[in-house]
Design a protein around this ligand. Sequence first.
Ligand SMILES: Cc1cc2nc3c(=O)[nH]c(=O)nc-3n(C[C@H](O)[C@H](O)[C@H](O)COP(=O)(O)OP(=O)(O)OC[C@H]3O[C@@H](n4cnc5c(N)ncnc54)[C@H](O)[C@@H]3O)c2cc1C
Length: 485
Amino acid sequence: MLKIVEQMKSIVGEKNVITSKVDRMAYSRDLTPYLAVPEMVIFVEDTNQVVKILGVASSNDIPITPRGGGASFQGSSLPVRGGIILDLSRMNKILEISKDDLVAIVQPGVRYETFQHELERHGLSFPHDVGSHDAATLGGILASDSNGHHAYRHGRVGSWIQGMEVVLLDGTILELGTRAPRYNMGYNLSALFAGSQGTLGIITKAILRIVPKMPVSATIGGFFQNLDDLMAASHAITMSGVDAGTLEATDGYTVNTISDVMNLGFPKCEGNFVGDLEGFNEENLQQKLSIMKKILEDHGGENVIIARDEKMNKILWAPRMEIDVAIVNVHPGYREFGFAAADPCVPLTKMAEAMRNIGQIIRSHGILAAVFCHTGIGIIHPAVLMDPNNSEHWNAMKLAEKEILDYVISIGGIISAEHGFGYVKNIFVREAVGDTKLNLDRRIKQIFDPKGILNPGKMGLDTDERDEDIEFVFSAYVADKDVQE
Ligand SMILES: Cc1cc2nc3c(=O)[nH]c(=O)nc-3n(C[C@H](O)[C@H](O)[C@H](O)COP(=O)(O)OP(=O)(O)OC[C@H]3O[C@@H](n4cnc5c(N)ncnc54)[C@H](O)[C@@H]3O)c2cc1C
Protein backbone atom coordinates (compact mmCIF):
# COMPACT_ATOMS: atom_id res chain seq x y z
CA MET A 1 0.00 0.00 0.00
CA LEU A 2 2.76 2.43 0.82
CA LYS A 3 3.90 1.96 -2.76
CA ILE A 4 0.45 2.94 -3.99
CA VAL A 5 0.37 6.02 -1.75
CA GLU A 6 3.76 7.05 -3.15
CA GLN A 7 2.54 6.53 -6.72
CA MET A 8 -0.50 8.73 -6.04
CA LYS A 9 1.68 11.43 -4.45
CA SER A 10 3.94 11.43 -7.49
CA ILE A 11 0.88 12.18 -9.65
CA VAL A 12 -0.85 14.93 -7.60
CA GLY A 13 1.85 16.03 -5.15
CA GLU A 14 2.30 15.11 -1.50
CA LYS A 15 -0.16 17.68 -0.09
CA ASN A 16 -2.97 16.33 -2.26
CA VAL A 17 -3.06 12.84 -0.77
CA ILE A 18 -4.65 12.38 2.65
CA THR A 19 -4.01 9.22 4.63
CA SER A 20 -4.29 10.30 8.25
CA LYS A 21 -7.29 8.74 9.95
CA VAL A 22 -8.66 11.93 11.45
CA ASP A 23 -8.68 13.66 8.04
CA ARG A 24 -10.18 10.64 6.30
CA MET A 25 -13.03 10.66 8.84
CA ALA A 26 -14.13 14.00 7.36
CA TYR A 27 -15.03 12.08 4.18
CA SER A 28 -16.92 9.27 5.90
CA ARG A 29 -20.43 10.77 6.22
CA ASP A 30 -23.26 12.39 4.37
CA LEU A 31 -26.85 13.02 5.48
CA THR A 32 -27.62 9.30 5.79
CA PRO A 33 -27.00 7.33 9.01
CA TYR A 34 -24.12 5.46 7.40
CA LEU A 35 -20.42 5.77 8.04
CA ALA A 36 -17.76 4.58 5.59
CA VAL A 37 -14.17 5.69 5.95
CA PRO A 38 -11.97 5.86 2.83
CA GLU A 39 -8.42 4.59 2.96
CA MET A 40 -7.11 7.55 1.04
CA VAL A 41 -8.46 10.91 -0.14
CA ILE A 42 -6.92 12.35 -3.31
CA PHE A 43 -7.46 15.90 -4.57
CA VAL A 44 -7.10 16.32 -8.32
CA GLU A 45 -6.52 19.53 -10.22
CA ASP A 46 -6.73 18.50 -13.89
CA THR A 47 -7.96 15.84 -16.28
CA ASN A 48 -4.55 14.23 -16.80
CA GLN A 49 -4.23 13.62 -13.08
CA VAL A 50 -7.65 11.91 -13.12
CA VAL A 51 -6.46 9.66 -15.98
CA LYS A 52 -3.32 8.66 -14.07
CA ILE A 53 -5.10 8.10 -10.74
CA LEU A 54 -7.69 5.87 -12.42
CA GLY A 55 -4.79 3.97 -14.02
CA VAL A 56 -3.17 3.18 -10.65
CA ALA A 57 -6.52 2.36 -9.02
CA SER A 58 -7.46 0.08 -11.90
CA SER A 59 -4.17 -1.83 -11.99
CA ASN A 60 -4.48 -2.46 -8.24
CA ASP A 61 -8.27 -3.09 -8.19
CA ILE A 62 -8.84 -0.29 -5.66
CA PRO A 63 -12.41 1.11 -5.39
CA ILE A 64 -12.61 4.78 -6.29
CA THR A 65 -15.50 7.05 -5.34
CA PRO A 66 -15.71 10.53 -6.88
CA ARG A 67 -16.87 13.33 -4.62
CA GLY A 68 -17.87 16.93 -5.23
CA GLY A 69 -19.47 18.73 -2.28
CA GLY A 70 -20.50 15.58 -0.41
CA ALA A 71 -24.04 16.99 -0.03
CA SER A 72 -25.66 13.72 -1.06
CA PHE A 73 -28.77 12.64 0.85
CA GLN A 74 -28.54 8.98 -0.15
CA GLY A 75 -25.01 7.79 0.58
CA SER A 76 -23.98 8.39 -3.05
CA SER A 77 -20.51 9.69 -2.28
CA LEU A 78 -19.78 7.38 0.67
CA PRO A 79 -16.91 4.94 0.02
CA VAL A 80 -18.92 1.92 1.14
CA ARG A 81 -16.28 -0.53 -0.09
CA GLY A 82 -13.35 1.53 1.19
CA GLY A 83 -10.59 2.55 -1.23
CA ILE A 84 -10.11 6.05 -2.59
CA ILE A 85 -12.19 9.20 -2.42
CA LEU A 86 -11.39 11.20 -5.54
CA ASP A 87 -12.13 14.78 -4.51
CA LEU A 88 -12.87 16.97 -7.54
CA SER A 89 -13.66 20.16 -5.63
CA ARG A 90 -10.35 21.78 -6.62
CA MET A 91 -11.15 21.44 -10.33
CA ASN A 92 -13.25 24.53 -9.83
CA LYS A 93 -12.66 26.83 -12.79
CA ILE A 94 -15.37 28.42 -14.87
CA LEU A 95 -13.53 28.14 -18.18
CA GLU A 96 -15.87 30.22 -20.31
CA ILE A 97 -19.21 32.00 -20.24
CA SER A 98 -20.50 32.85 -23.70
CA LYS A 99 -23.47 35.19 -23.88
CA ASP A 100 -23.54 34.82 -27.67
CA ASP A 101 -23.54 31.01 -27.81
CA LEU A 102 -25.48 30.77 -24.52
CA VAL A 103 -23.12 28.15 -23.10
CA ALA A 104 -20.83 27.93 -20.09
CA ILE A 105 -17.85 25.59 -19.98
CA VAL A 106 -17.02 24.49 -16.46
CA GLN A 107 -14.89 22.14 -14.43
CA PRO A 108 -16.80 19.76 -12.13
CA GLY A 109 -15.75 21.29 -8.80
CA VAL A 110 -17.45 24.66 -9.33
CA ARG A 111 -20.08 25.19 -6.61
CA TYR A 112 -23.62 25.84 -7.86
CA GLU A 113 -23.87 29.16 -6.01
CA THR A 114 -20.52 30.45 -7.30
CA PHE A 115 -21.56 29.56 -10.86
CA GLN A 116 -24.93 31.24 -10.52
CA HIS A 117 -23.43 34.45 -9.07
CA GLU A 118 -20.92 34.62 -11.90
CA LEU A 119 -23.63 34.09 -14.52
CA GLU A 120 -25.83 36.76 -12.93
CA ARG A 121 -22.97 39.28 -13.33
CA HIS A 122 -23.40 38.70 -17.07
CA GLY A 123 -27.23 38.85 -16.97
CA LEU A 124 -27.40 35.06 -17.37
CA SER A 125 -28.64 32.09 -15.36
CA PHE A 126 -28.42 28.31 -14.88
CA PRO A 127 -31.86 28.37 -13.33
CA HIS A 128 -32.13 25.16 -11.32
CA ASP A 129 -31.52 26.25 -7.73
CA VAL A 130 -30.81 22.93 -5.99
CA GLY A 131 -31.56 23.22 -2.28
CA SER A 132 -27.90 22.55 -1.43
CA HIS A 133 -26.75 25.43 -3.66
CA ASP A 134 -23.85 26.58 -1.48
CA ALA A 135 -22.32 23.10 -0.98
CA ALA A 136 -23.14 21.12 -4.13
CA THR A 137 -20.76 21.15 -7.10
CA LEU A 138 -21.73 21.06 -10.76
CA GLY A 139 -20.01 17.65 -11.11
CA GLY A 140 -22.12 16.19 -8.27
CA ILE A 141 -25.26 17.86 -9.59
CA LEU A 142 -24.75 16.51 -13.12
CA ALA A 143 -23.71 13.06 -11.89
CA SER A 144 -26.93 12.97 -9.83
CA ASP A 145 -29.08 14.52 -12.60
CA SER A 146 -30.48 16.68 -9.82
CA ASN A 147 -33.80 18.46 -9.87
CA GLY A 148 -33.58 21.97 -8.54
CA HIS A 149 -36.49 23.93 -7.09
CA HIS A 150 -37.19 25.15 -10.60
CA ALA A 151 -37.55 21.67 -12.09
CA TYR A 152 -41.24 22.35 -12.70
CA ARG A 153 -40.30 24.90 -15.34
CA HIS A 154 -36.78 23.92 -16.36
CA GLY A 155 -36.70 20.14 -15.98
CA ARG A 156 -33.80 17.98 -14.85
CA VAL A 157 -30.30 19.42 -14.85
CA GLY A 158 -29.17 16.58 -17.15
CA SER A 159 -31.20 17.96 -20.03
CA TRP A 160 -29.09 21.14 -19.89
CA ILE A 161 -25.86 19.34 -20.80
CA GLN A 162 -24.66 20.18 -24.31
CA GLY A 163 -21.35 18.44 -23.94
CA MET A 164 -19.11 16.65 -21.49
CA GLU A 165 -15.59 15.40 -20.97
CA VAL A 166 -15.56 12.10 -19.12
CA VAL A 167 -12.57 10.01 -18.07
CA LEU A 168 -13.24 6.29 -18.38
CA LEU A 169 -11.64 3.63 -16.23
CA ASP A 170 -9.23 2.57 -18.98
CA GLY A 171 -7.91 6.14 -19.23
CA THR A 172 -9.87 7.12 -22.34
CA ILE A 173 -10.89 10.78 -22.36
CA LEU A 174 -14.36 10.76 -23.89
CA GLU A 175 -15.54 14.03 -25.50
CA LEU A 176 -19.28 14.30 -25.96
CA GLY A 177 -21.10 17.14 -27.74
CA THR A 178 -19.92 20.63 -28.56
CA ARG A 179 -20.92 24.25 -27.98
CA ALA A 180 -23.42 23.82 -30.82
CA PRO A 181 -26.83 23.35 -29.22
CA ARG A 182 -27.87 20.00 -30.66
CA TYR A 183 -26.54 16.62 -31.70
CA ASN A 184 -28.42 13.35 -32.04
CA MET A 185 -25.61 11.17 -33.41
CA GLY A 186 -25.88 7.74 -31.82
CA TYR A 187 -26.98 7.00 -28.27
CA ASN A 188 -27.32 9.95 -25.91
CA LEU A 189 -24.33 9.15 -23.71
CA SER A 190 -24.43 12.52 -21.92
CA ALA A 191 -27.86 11.48 -20.62
CA LEU A 192 -26.38 8.16 -19.51
CA PHE A 193 -23.56 9.82 -17.56
CA ALA A 194 -26.01 12.32 -16.06
CA GLY A 195 -27.37 10.47 -13.07
CA SER A 196 -24.76 7.69 -13.20
CA GLN A 197 -23.32 8.93 -9.88
CA GLY A 198 -19.71 8.20 -10.67
CA THR A 199 -20.37 4.52 -11.44
CA LEU A 200 -19.41 4.77 -15.14
CA GLY A 201 -16.71 7.44 -15.37
CA ILE A 202 -15.46 10.73 -13.96
CA ILE A 203 -16.90 13.99 -15.33
CA THR A 204 -14.00 16.40 -15.78
CA LYS A 205 -15.65 19.13 -17.85
CA ALA A 206 -19.14 20.14 -18.95
CA ILE A 207 -20.61 22.42 -21.58
CA LEU A 208 -23.88 23.68 -20.12
CA ARG A 209 -26.81 25.48 -21.69
CA ILE A 210 -27.54 28.80 -19.99
CA VAL A 211 -30.35 31.34 -20.40
CA PRO A 212 -30.87 35.07 -19.84
CA LYS A 213 -31.75 36.04 -16.30
CA MET A 214 -35.24 37.48 -16.15
CA PRO A 215 -35.10 41.03 -14.77
CA VAL A 216 -38.03 40.82 -12.31
CA SER A 217 -39.27 38.09 -9.99
CA ALA A 218 -41.66 37.49 -7.10
CA THR A 219 -42.77 34.82 -4.64
CA ILE A 220 -46.40 34.12 -3.84
CA GLY A 221 -47.68 32.07 -0.91
CA GLY A 222 -51.01 31.06 0.61
CA PHE A 223 -52.57 28.78 3.23
CA PHE A 224 -55.18 26.07 2.70
CA GLN A 225 -57.51 24.27 5.11
CA ASN A 226 -57.47 21.29 2.81
CA LEU A 227 -54.64 19.73 0.76
CA ASP A 228 -57.05 18.70 -2.03
CA ASP A 229 -57.89 22.38 -2.64
CA LEU A 230 -54.20 23.27 -2.59
CA MET A 231 -53.37 20.65 -5.23
CA ALA A 232 -56.36 21.70 -7.33
CA ALA A 233 -55.08 25.29 -7.21
CA SER A 234 -51.58 24.19 -8.23
CA HIS A 235 -52.99 22.25 -11.18
CA ALA A 236 -55.17 25.20 -12.21
CA ILE A 237 -52.02 27.37 -12.29
CA THR A 238 -50.40 24.84 -14.62
CA MET A 239 -53.48 24.75 -16.83
CA SER A 240 -53.64 28.57 -16.96
CA GLY A 241 -50.35 28.56 -18.87
CA VAL A 242 -48.63 30.87 -16.37
CA ASP A 243 -44.98 29.79 -16.49
CA ALA A 244 -44.26 29.65 -12.75
CA GLY A 245 -40.72 28.60 -11.83
CA THR A 246 -41.72 26.60 -8.77
CA LEU A 247 -44.92 25.18 -7.34
CA GLU A 248 -44.33 23.83 -3.81
CA ALA A 249 -46.37 22.71 -0.82
CA THR A 250 -45.68 21.85 2.81
CA ASP A 251 -48.00 19.94 5.13
CA GLY A 252 -49.86 21.56 8.00
CA TYR A 253 -47.92 19.88 10.81
CA THR A 254 -44.70 21.36 9.46
CA VAL A 255 -46.03 24.84 8.63
CA ASN A 256 -47.78 25.20 11.98
CA THR A 257 -44.65 24.10 13.88
CA ILE A 258 -42.38 26.42 11.93
CA SER A 259 -44.77 29.33 12.36
CA ASP A 260 -44.88 28.78 16.14
CA VAL A 261 -41.12 28.30 16.55
CA MET A 262 -40.16 31.22 14.32
CA ASN A 263 -43.05 33.41 15.48
CA LEU A 264 -44.22 33.99 11.91
CA GLY A 265 -47.93 34.39 12.70
CA PHE A 266 -49.08 32.13 9.84
CA PRO A 267 -52.72 31.00 10.07
CA LYS A 268 -53.21 27.37 11.16
CA CYS A 269 -53.70 25.26 8.05
CA GLU A 270 -53.49 21.79 6.50
CA GLY A 271 -51.09 22.94 3.83
CA ASN A 272 -49.07 25.89 2.65
CA PHE A 273 -48.39 26.76 -0.99
CA VAL A 274 -45.41 28.73 -2.27
CA GLY A 275 -44.49 29.56 -5.85
CA ASP A 276 -41.82 31.63 -7.58
CA LEU A 277 -42.22 33.36 -10.87
CA GLU A 278 -40.30 35.68 -13.16
CA GLY A 279 -41.18 38.27 -15.78
CA PHE A 280 -39.43 39.99 -18.65
CA ASN A 281 -40.76 43.30 -17.30
CA GLU A 282 -42.89 44.54 -14.39
CA GLU A 283 -46.14 44.51 -16.36
CA ASN A 284 -45.54 40.92 -17.48
CA LEU A 285 -44.82 39.86 -13.89
CA GLN A 286 -47.86 41.66 -12.46
CA GLN A 287 -50.12 40.01 -15.01
CA LYS A 288 -48.91 36.54 -14.00
CA LEU A 289 -49.11 37.39 -10.29
CA SER A 290 -52.72 38.51 -10.54
CA ILE A 291 -53.68 35.29 -12.39
CA MET A 292 -51.96 33.16 -9.75
CA LYS A 293 -53.42 35.10 -6.83
CA LYS A 294 -56.95 34.78 -8.22
CA ILE A 295 -56.52 31.03 -8.78
CA LEU A 296 -55.22 30.51 -5.23
CA GLU A 297 -58.09 32.50 -3.71
CA ASP A 298 -60.72 30.88 -5.93
CA HIS A 299 -59.56 27.50 -4.59
CA GLY A 300 -59.82 28.50 -0.95
CA GLY A 301 -56.32 29.91 -0.43
CA GLU A 302 -56.22 32.24 2.60
CA ASN A 303 -53.82 35.07 3.40
CA VAL A 304 -52.32 35.06 -0.09
CA ILE A 305 -49.12 37.07 0.18
CA ILE A 306 -46.79 38.36 -2.53
CA ALA A 307 -43.13 38.90 -1.69
CA ARG A 308 -40.92 41.25 -3.70
CA ASP A 309 -37.94 41.54 -1.37
CA GLU A 310 -35.42 39.11 0.10
CA LYS A 311 -36.79 39.34 3.66
CA MET A 312 -40.39 38.51 2.73
CA ASN A 313 -39.22 35.87 0.26
CA LYS A 314 -37.38 34.08 3.09
CA ILE A 315 -40.52 34.19 5.27
CA LEU A 316 -42.66 32.64 2.54
CA TRP A 317 -40.03 29.97 1.88
CA ALA A 318 -39.54 29.23 5.61
CA PRO A 319 -41.96 26.25 5.63
CA ARG A 320 -39.74 24.61 2.98
CA MET A 321 -36.30 25.70 4.09
CA GLU A 322 -36.42 25.73 7.91
CA ILE A 323 -38.00 22.34 8.52
CA ASP A 324 -35.30 20.58 10.51
CA VAL A 325 -34.22 23.68 12.44
CA ALA A 326 -37.78 24.32 13.63
CA ILE A 327 -38.71 20.75 14.50
CA VAL A 328 -35.43 20.02 16.23
CA ASN A 329 -36.15 23.11 18.31
CA VAL A 330 -39.36 21.48 19.60
CA HIS A 331 -37.73 18.04 19.95
CA PRO A 332 -34.14 18.56 21.12
CA GLY A 333 -31.82 15.70 20.11
CA TYR A 334 -33.78 14.89 16.97
CA ARG A 335 -32.15 15.04 13.53
CA GLU A 336 -33.21 14.69 9.92
CA PHE A 337 -31.83 11.64 8.08
CA GLY A 338 -31.81 10.78 4.39
CA PHE A 339 -33.73 7.50 4.08
CA ALA A 340 -34.66 5.36 1.08
CA ALA A 341 -38.20 6.68 0.72
CA ALA A 342 -37.12 10.33 0.66
CA ASP A 343 -38.41 11.14 -2.82
CA PRO A 344 -41.52 9.26 -4.00
CA CYS A 345 -43.13 10.50 -7.22
CA VAL A 346 -46.87 9.95 -7.69
CA PRO A 347 -49.45 10.82 -10.38
CA LEU A 348 -50.52 14.46 -9.99
CA THR A 349 -54.09 13.41 -9.10
CA LYS A 350 -52.75 11.44 -6.09
CA MET A 351 -50.67 14.23 -4.57
CA ALA A 352 -52.98 15.31 -1.73
CA GLU A 353 -53.80 11.76 -0.69
CA ALA A 354 -50.15 10.70 -0.86
CA MET A 355 -48.92 13.67 1.17
CA ARG A 356 -51.36 12.82 3.95
CA ASN A 357 -50.78 9.07 3.86
CA ILE A 358 -46.98 9.18 3.67
CA GLY A 359 -46.83 11.50 6.68
CA GLN A 360 -49.27 9.21 8.50
CA ILE A 361 -47.20 6.08 7.72
CA ILE A 362 -44.08 7.63 9.25
CA ARG A 363 -45.84 9.04 12.31
CA SER A 364 -47.65 5.75 12.93
CA HIS A 365 -44.24 4.26 13.75
CA GLY A 366 -43.60 6.80 16.50
CA ILE A 367 -41.18 9.11 14.69
CA LEU A 368 -41.70 12.56 13.20
CA ALA A 369 -42.36 13.45 9.60
CA ALA A 370 -42.26 16.82 7.89
CA VAL A 371 -43.75 16.39 4.44
CA PHE A 372 -43.27 18.79 1.56
CA CYS A 373 -43.56 18.42 -2.19
CA HIS A 374 -42.98 19.83 -5.66
CA THR A 375 -46.67 19.97 -6.58
CA GLY A 376 -46.15 20.55 -10.28
CA ILE A 377 -44.00 17.45 -10.86
CA GLY A 378 -45.49 14.92 -8.42
CA ILE A 379 -42.46 14.57 -6.14
CA ILE A 380 -43.05 14.29 -2.40
CA HIS A 381 -40.25 14.64 0.16
CA PRO A 382 -41.04 13.14 3.54
CA ALA A 383 -38.30 14.29 5.92
CA VAL A 384 -37.84 11.82 8.76
CA LEU A 385 -36.91 13.37 12.09
CA MET A 386 -35.83 11.11 14.91
CA ASP A 387 -33.50 10.65 17.83
CA PRO A 388 -30.36 8.90 16.50
CA ASN A 389 -29.65 7.47 19.96
CA ASN A 390 -32.97 5.63 20.07
CA SER A 391 -32.71 2.20 18.43
CA GLU A 392 -36.51 1.94 18.19
CA HIS A 393 -36.46 5.02 16.01
CA TRP A 394 -34.00 3.33 13.63
CA ASN A 395 -36.30 0.34 13.30
CA ALA A 396 -39.28 2.64 12.83
CA MET A 397 -37.50 4.43 9.98
CA LYS A 398 -36.80 1.11 8.22
CA LEU A 399 -40.37 -0.10 8.61
CA ALA A 400 -41.69 3.22 7.31
CA GLU A 401 -39.50 3.23 4.21
CA LYS A 402 -40.73 -0.19 3.08
CA GLU A 403 -44.36 0.70 3.80
CA ILE A 404 -44.02 3.92 1.81
CA LEU A 405 -42.52 2.04 -1.16
CA ASP A 406 -45.43 -0.43 -1.20
CA TYR A 407 -47.98 2.35 -0.82
CA VAL A 408 -46.46 4.50 -3.57
CA ILE A 409 -46.35 1.57 -6.02
CA SER A 410 -49.98 0.72 -5.14
CA ILE A 411 -51.14 4.17 -6.30
CA GLY A 412 -49.17 4.07 -9.56
CA GLY A 413 -46.08 5.92 -8.37
CA ILE A 414 -42.40 5.14 -7.94
CA ILE A 415 -39.49 6.11 -5.70
CA SER A 416 -38.01 8.73 -8.02
CA ALA A 417 -34.39 8.98 -6.80
CA GLU A 418 -34.67 12.75 -7.26
CA HIS A 419 -32.36 13.10 -4.26
CA GLY A 420 -29.98 10.50 -5.69
CA PHE A 421 -30.00 6.73 -5.74
CA GLY A 422 -26.76 6.15 -3.94
CA TYR A 423 -26.46 3.45 -1.36
CA VAL A 424 -29.63 3.61 0.68
CA LYS A 425 -32.00 2.74 -2.18
CA ASN A 426 -30.20 -0.53 -3.05
CA ILE A 427 -32.87 -2.42 -1.14
CA PHE A 428 -35.63 -0.98 -3.34
CA VAL A 429 -34.09 -1.34 -6.74
CA ARG A 430 -35.47 -4.68 -7.85
CA GLU A 431 -39.02 -3.95 -6.72
CA ALA A 432 -38.96 -0.42 -8.09
CA VAL A 433 -37.51 -1.01 -11.59
CA GLY A 434 -37.95 -4.76 -12.20
CA ASP A 435 -35.49 -7.50 -13.18
CA THR A 436 -35.26 -6.63 -16.86
CA LYS A 437 -34.13 -3.05 -16.37
CA LEU A 438 -31.89 -3.93 -13.45
CA ASN A 439 -30.10 -6.59 -15.51
CA LEU A 440 -29.66 -4.18 -18.40
CA ASP A 441 -28.26 -1.51 -16.06
CA ARG A 442 -25.81 -4.08 -14.71
CA ARG A 443 -24.67 -4.97 -18.23
CA ILE A 444 -24.11 -1.29 -19.03
CA LYS A 445 -22.05 -0.99 -15.84
CA GLN A 446 -19.94 -3.98 -16.97
CA ILE A 447 -19.08 -2.25 -20.26
CA PHE A 448 -17.70 0.86 -18.55
CA ASP A 449 -16.38 -0.73 -15.38
CA PRO A 450 -15.59 -4.43 -15.85
CA LYS A 451 -13.67 -4.48 -12.56
CA GLY A 452 -16.56 -3.01 -10.58
CA ILE A 453 -14.38 -0.42 -8.84
CA LEU A 454 -16.07 2.84 -9.87
CA ASN A 455 -18.19 3.90 -6.88
CA PRO A 456 -19.06 0.27 -6.04
CA GLY A 457 -22.03 -0.73 -3.89
CA LYS A 458 -24.31 1.93 -5.42
CA MET A 459 -27.46 2.11 -7.54
CA GLY A 460 -28.11 -1.60 -7.07
CA LEU A 461 -25.46 -2.30 -9.72
CA ASP A 462 -23.58 -4.98 -7.81
CA THR A 463 -25.92 -5.69 -4.91
CA ASP A 464 -29.52 -5.10 -4.01
CA GLU A 465 -28.71 -5.13 -0.34
CA ARG A 466 -27.70 -2.56 2.18
CA ASP A 467 -25.30 -3.46 4.94
CA GLU A 468 -26.75 -1.79 8.02
CA ASP A 469 -23.45 -1.93 9.88
CA ILE A 470 -21.15 -0.09 7.56
CA GLU A 471 -18.44 1.21 9.75
CA PHE A 472 -14.73 1.73 9.34
CA VAL A 473 -14.47 -0.10 6.06
CA PHE A 474 -10.90 -1.28 5.98
CA SER A 475 -10.71 -3.57 3.03
CA ALA A 476 -8.31 -6.18 1.77
CA TYR A 477 -6.74 -3.60 -0.53
CA VAL A 478 -4.95 -1.84 2.27
CA ALA A 479 -3.68 -3.26 5.50
CA ASP A 480 -4.43 -0.97 8.40
CA LYS A 481 -0.79 -0.78 9.36
CA ASP A 482 0.05 0.79 5.99
CA VAL A 483 -2.15 3.77 6.66
CA GLN A 484 -0.75 6.55 8.73
CA GLU A 485 -2.85 6.97 11.87
C1 LIG B 1 -29.88 20.81 2.23
C2 LIG B 1 -29.88 19.97 0.99
C3 LIG B 1 -30.78 20.27 -0.03
C4 LIG B 1 -30.78 19.51 -1.20
N1 LIG B 1 -31.64 19.87 -2.18
C5 LIG B 1 -31.65 19.16 -3.33
C6 LIG B 1 -32.52 19.54 -4.40
O1 LIG B 1 -33.25 20.53 -4.31
N2 LIG B 1 -32.54 18.77 -5.50
C7 LIG B 1 -31.72 17.67 -5.61
O2 LIG B 1 -31.77 17.01 -6.65
N3 LIG B 1 -30.87 17.31 -4.64
C8 LIG B 1 -30.81 18.02 -3.51
N4 LIG B 1 -29.95 17.66 -2.51
C9 LIG B 1 -29.06 16.50 -2.69
C10 LIG B 1 -27.64 16.90 -3.22
O3 LIG B 1 -27.33 18.19 -2.85
C11 LIG B 1 -27.55 16.82 -4.70
O4 LIG B 1 -27.67 15.46 -5.06
C12 LIG B 1 -26.23 17.37 -5.29
O5 LIG B 1 -26.25 17.10 -6.64
C13 LIG B 1 -24.98 16.81 -4.72
O6 LIG B 1 -23.86 17.53 -5.23
P1 LIG B 1 -22.42 17.32 -4.57
O7 LIG B 1 -21.40 18.11 -5.31
O8 LIG B 1 -22.48 17.54 -3.13
O9 LIG B 1 -22.19 15.78 -4.93
P2 LIG B 1 -21.63 14.60 -4.03
O10 LIG B 1 -22.53 14.33 -2.89
O11 LIG B 1 -20.20 14.84 -3.74
O12 LIG B 1 -21.74 13.42 -5.10
C14 LIG B 1 -23.00 13.01 -5.58
C15 LIG B 1 -22.78 11.83 -6.54
O13 LIG B 1 -22.09 12.29 -7.71
C16 LIG B 1 -20.85 11.59 -7.87
N5 LIG B 1 -19.90 12.58 -8.39
C17 LIG B 1 -19.54 13.75 -7.81
N6 LIG B 1 -18.71 14.42 -8.65
C18 LIG B 1 -18.55 13.65 -9.76
C19 LIG B 1 -17.83 13.78 -10.98
N7 LIG B 1 -17.09 14.87 -11.25
N8 LIG B 1 -17.88 12.78 -11.89
C20 LIG B 1 -18.64 11.67 -11.67
N9 LIG B 1 -19.35 11.50 -10.54
C21 LIG B 1 -19.32 12.48 -9.60
C22 LIG B 1 -20.50 11.05 -6.49
O14 LIG B 1 -19.71 9.89 -6.57
C23 LIG B 1 -21.88 10.73 -5.95
O15 LIG B 1 -22.32 9.51 -6.45
C24 LIG B 1 -29.90 18.41 -1.33
C25 LIG B 1 -28.99 18.13 -0.31
C26 LIG B 1 -28.97 18.91 0.83
C27 LIG B 1 -27.96 18.60 1.88
